[in-house]
Design a protein around this ligand. Structure first.
Ligand code: UGA
Length: 471
């Protein structure tokens, strides 16, 4: 099929690259001429596994880049809108980019097309898109609007796209449903998975058959997206609240999670406690969903509590740092992780970054390392922050080492090497990447989330001489 994808951010780029790999002819449209030039010349502006390979595989052939939205619309059977929907001051989604794209698309509609909203938008947006396109002169018989929310996680977006749990499509007619079925046919028929050069199947998707295409009304599809993200955020806040109780009573949240997560009605996924969720989706979508609920007359106070617990989680961690180090002014902290989660260079609403900013305000010296997000972080952190070449350089001479992002490489550090470089063997882990007993055995005082600290005065006394002996 010939398709246009409007917007070359995370969602647009991944969607375009994956549809190209499924065999469609894709034109990726953006009004940022520099970005289009960079993409055409082979640059990949975001850190996303398999994206460079897919773009290299299809660039100039099945995937082209353009700044001309009307021409791209004219040439396509399906136009997917994947532009940003940032939050306004009041928490609603700002839909002005979606509206201006809809206006421009209107001029390119001469024969039947399906216009698909991929951006995360509140319920009723598809109706608005339809109204705007008609208002600008397109014949209503020549187009329909569908809602096709994405469930891609940054860092694993490409595998999430080609090995989805399900595909949700909201339409108002059988004709539009048929177009959407054809668009996803390479996945739902299983054809893609038989290809020798298919993106490798991740372990989490092993044994899964082709995905189910769930056809709903457009309003239901719009709600499915917001409700999914809100539910996942609620799971995280729930386990974080349980972790706080574990800390208070001396229980271990990992054991508790294991005990509740093995109930198949609950499930173990998205139950990792930590310093709270961040990123460009959950914080924004929770606010937007709350606003949608309010507008519809429903006071969704549960969401407010999810947000409150999430923010509190960061403050709790900060209090933990304070309680371990006593005063903070002048303390040297090694920081591992700036991205909002492992596997991405994205720092939007990153709890790690927010914590670093708070620690700097309290007068700490920070030496940070992140495998992918340092360039972006340099743009927002003050000049005094040091950036290290690796985890050990960040830990060098540190009064304490803080683990703030769940990068895989932070979970497999050479603990002997680490012990040799730090000033004091103190690790505060906001992501529970280590077994407290192992850390203790390796000479560290170890604090994590919702688990008893691996530290006693006696341990501290033992750990320090061991370090001196090594030195
Ligand atoms: C999220 C959803 O998972 C996707 O399904 C959705 O498509 C996407 O938002 C979106 O709306 O576009 P993403 O923001 O990339 O994806 O990242 P997640 O993997 O969901 O993580 C979000 C945050 O929650 C991160 O800060 C992560 O560290 C945190 N998290 C996640 C936890 O603290 N505990 C967990 O158990 C899982």
């Amino acid at each position: 099929m010939r398709i246009a994808v409007v917007g070359s951010g995370y969602v647009g780029l991944v969607t375009g690259a994956c549809f190209g790999d499924l065999g469609h002819e894709v034109v990726l449209v953006d009004n940022d001429a520099k970005r289009i030039a960079a993409l055409s010349s082979g640059e990949v502006p975001i850190h996303e596994q398999f994206l460079p390979e897919l773009l290299a595989r299809h660039r100039g052939e099945r995937i082209r880049f353009s700044g001309d939205l009307q021409a791209a619309t004219r040439a396509s059977e399906v136009v997917l809108i994947a532009v940003g929907t940032p939050a306004t001051e009041s928490g609603d989604a700002d839909l002005s980019y979606v509206e201006s794209v809809a206006r421009e698309i209107s001029g390119g509609i001469e024969e039947y097309k399906v216009v698909v909203e991929k951006s995360t938008v509140p319920v009723y947006t598809s109706q608005w898109i339809r109204t705007i396109i008609m208002r600008d002169g397109a014949d209503p018989a020549h187009f329909e609007v569908a809602s096709n929310p994405e469930f891609l996680r940054e860092g694993t977006a490409v595998t999430d796209f080609v090995y989805p749990d399900r595909i949700v499509v909201g339409v108002e007619s059988e004709r539009a449903a048929a177009v959407m079925r054809e668009l996803y046919g390479p996945l739902t028929s299983g054809w893609y998975y038989g290809r020798a050069d298919a993106i490798p199947r991740p372990e989490a998707a092993s044994g899964k058959g082709p995905p189910r295409l769930i056809i709903t009304s457009t309003k239901s599809a719009e709600l499915i997206k917001h409700a999914s993200n809100a539910y996942l955020a609620m799971k995280i806040s729930f386990i974080n609240a349980v972790a706080s109780i574990c800390e208070a009573v001396g229980a271990n949240v990992e054991q508790v999670r294991d005990g509740i997560g093995t109930d198949s009605r609950i499930g173990p996924r998205f139950m990792n406690p930590g310093i709270g969720y961040g990123g460009s989706c959950f914080p924004k979508d929770l606010m937007a969903f709350r606003a949608v609920a309010k507008e519809s007359g429903y006071d969704f106070r549960l969401l407010e509590e999810v947000i409150r617990i999430n923010e509190e989680q960061r403050h709790r961690f900060l209090r933990k740092v304070r309680s371990v180090l006593w005063t903070l002014r002048g303390k040297r902290l090694g920081v591992l992780g700036l991205a909002f989660k492992g596997g991405t260079d994205d720092i939007r609403e990153s709890p790690a970054l927010l914590l670093v900013q708070e620690l700097l305000r309290e007068g700490c010296q920070v030496c940070a390392y992140d495998p992918a997000a340092m360039e972006r972080a340099k743009g927002v952190l003050p000049a005094g922050v040091e950036f290290a070449a690796d985890a050990y350089a960040a830990a060098k001479d540190a009064d304490a080492l803080l683990i703030l992002t769940d990068w895989e490489e932070f979970a497999t550090l050479d603990l002997e090497h680490l012990l040799a470089v730090v000033k004091y063997p103190i690790v505060l882990d906001g992501r529970n990447l280590y077994d407290p007993t192992v850390m203790l055995e390796n000479g560290f005082s170890y604090y994590s989330v919702g688990r008893p600290a691996a530290l006693t005065e006696e341990v501290r006394a033992r750990a320090l001489p061991r370090k001196r002996e090594r030195a």
